[in-house]
Design a protein around this ligand. Structure first.
Ligand SMILES: [Zn+2]
Length: 265
């Protein structure tokens, strides 16, 4: 949707009329840097945008109209600004809460196309010394997302945030994971649920390993293949394949999982 389209008035955002959003987007396009540190708190147009489209994890329909513009702006930006855009988009795709949203039909094509465009940008950013380690992890997750592999993209995003929480496929309770002492653990009350390694890596994890090596993060992901394994839920004690957990998480929370061609397995 073009910035001068009158239909912006009708899109849903948390802070007021959707008609405000084109002005905010124009301000973002005009900013010299997207780095938060350069702005006094509350004055950065990004703060407005985040709260408007994505307040406390609730994604509003306007998010899907905004993303194509952010991606278009990002194409001409510094590596550091591009990473800012990656994080914004990943939040919208992966970080929705329980009341899962769907993408309005009229925004779907442009939204999908813009995510695919992010892939090459993310790959270009991977080796950059300009980026901190966490930012390179965000770029890895973005490249995997643009490859339409939602499950591994979701896992990579969780690792980047050091927050991997997936719902048990049997009881639905969240299982929190942590990497400790060389192995993955499902954190429970007794902290005993462990992840049992399986020997066969999938093509998707091979791709993740390749991107991670390009991002100079091989150590971070040395144990990533162990994710492809069996975990015992700390709540109900049912053993489930880790990728089944990931797929359940993506199905439940990721709007793209409901679109044909985006693989949630
Ligand atoms: Zn369970």
């Amino acid at each position: 949707m073009e910035l001068d389209d009158p239909r912006w008035d009708g899109v849903q955002q948390a802070l007021g009329s959707g008609g405000e959003l084109p002005n905010i987007l124009k301000k973002i396009a005009a900013m010299r840097s997207w780095n938060d540190a350069a702005w006094p708190p509350g004055k950065n147009p990004w703060d407005y945008l985040m709260q408007a489209v994505y307040d406390f994890g609730n994604v509003h329909s306007s998010a899907y109209a905004v993303v194509p513009h952010i991606v278009r702006f990002a194409e001409k930006r510094s590596v550091s600004d591009q990473t800012h855009a990656f994080l914004f988009v990943l939040n919208i795709v992966f970080r929705t809460l329980e009341d899962a949203v769907s993408i309005p039909l009229r925004f779907m094509d442009e939204f999908q196309t813009s995510i695919e465009k992010l892939g090459p940008l993310a790959e270009q950013c991977l080796p950059s010394r300009e980026l901190l380690e966490g930012e390179r992890k965000i770029a890895v997750a973005t490249a995997l997302l643009a490859g339409r592999d939602l499950v591994v993209g979701r896992v990579a995003y969780g690792l980047a945030l050091e927050q991997l929480t997936l719902p048990c496929t049997a009881c639905g309770n969240d299982i929190e994971f942590e990497f400790d002492d060389g192995r993955w653990l499902a954190k429970g009350d007794d902290e005993t649920g462990s992840v049992t390694a399986s020997p066969v890596p999938s093509a998707a994890f091979e791709e993740m390993a390749r991107l991670s090596a390009a991002a100079q993060l091989p150590n971070e992901y040395e144990h990533v293949r162990e994710l492809e394994s069996v975990v015992e839920c700390p709540s109900c004690k049912v053993a489930t394949n880790f990728l089944a957990l990931s797929a359940a998480d993506v199905d439940k929370r990721c709007p793209l999982a409901r679109i044909e061609g985006w693989e949630a397995r």
